[in-house]
Design a protein around this ligand. Sequence first.
Ligand code: SF4
Ligand code: SF4
Ligand code: FES
Length: 260
Amino acid sequence: MAEFRLPRNSRIARGVTHAAAAGATQVRAVRIYRFNPDSGENPRLDTFELDTKSCGPMVLDALIQIKAATDSSLTFRRSCREGICGSCAMNINGVNRLACTTPMQELQGDIRIYPLPHMPVVKDLVPDLTHFYAQYAAVKPWLQTRTPAPPDRERLQSKEEQEKIDRPAACILCACCSTACPSYWWNSERYLGPAALLAAYRWIIDSRDEATGERLDELEDPFRLYRCHTIMNCTDVCPKDLNPARAIAEIKKMLVERTS
Ligand code: SF4
Ligand code: SF4
Ligand code: FES
C-alpha cells in the first residue's frame, strides 16, 4: 500500500531551545535542522535565540556565531564567505540560497535553516553531494579536441565567442538549482538536473570544443535531458542569476535542429 507519511525515523522532532544571553537586545530565533546519523535518533529542529547585535549581518555569520558561542557540534559547509565557492548552499526560509550572501534583515519572522532538499544528509546542514558531482563529471566538463593546438599560441576565441560562455561558465556548482527541481527530486538517478546540464551546455557552445556531436549524443535520452519540464525553479533560485532552464531549452533546440 502506498505510504503518504514520512517513515517514522525521518520525522523531525522538537529539539532544544538555547535561550539568548542575559542582556541581549536584538534577539531573533534561528531554527536549525539537526541530524547526526551516529546517534540513531530522528532529526530535530533546535532553536537558537541569537543576539543579532553581536554578530555579522548574513545568515552565515549567524551560523558561525552559534557554533562559536553556543553549540560547537553544529555542522555546515562554508569557505569563501562571498558567494564564490558555493559550499554554503542551504534551504533558508523555504528557498535554496547561499548563507553567506543572504542578509538576515531580508528574512521575515524566525529564520529557518534546513539542508538542501531531497538529498541524503551527512550531518546537520551538510548534504551528500557525491551523486551530484558524479553527474557533473559525467558531462565531461573539459575541453575536448582532436586537432592539434597551434604551435605558437593558445586556442583563441573571438570576444563574441567568449561572451557566449561567460555566463554559463560562472556556475559555482552550489546545487541550489538541482535540489529545487521537482524533476530532479523524483528522477535524480537518471535525470542529470539543471546544474550538470548547464555545464554540458557551456562546453557544447564553446567554439574551441570539437566534441559537440558526441556531447549531444550523450544527452539525447528521455531521462538524462528530457525530464526537464520547464518548471523554472532552477532559474528562480540560482544565486548567480544564471539561467539553466534556458540552457536546457537551447540543448533541446540543437537536438531538433540537427535532425531537420
Ligand atoms: S526548468 Fe527543468 S531543470 Fe529547471 S526546475 Fe524546471 S524541470 Fe528542473
Ligand atoms: S546554475 Fe546557479 S544554482 Fe545551479 S549550481 Fe550553478 S550557480 Fe548554483
Ligand atoms: S561560503 Fe562560499 S559561497 Fe558561501
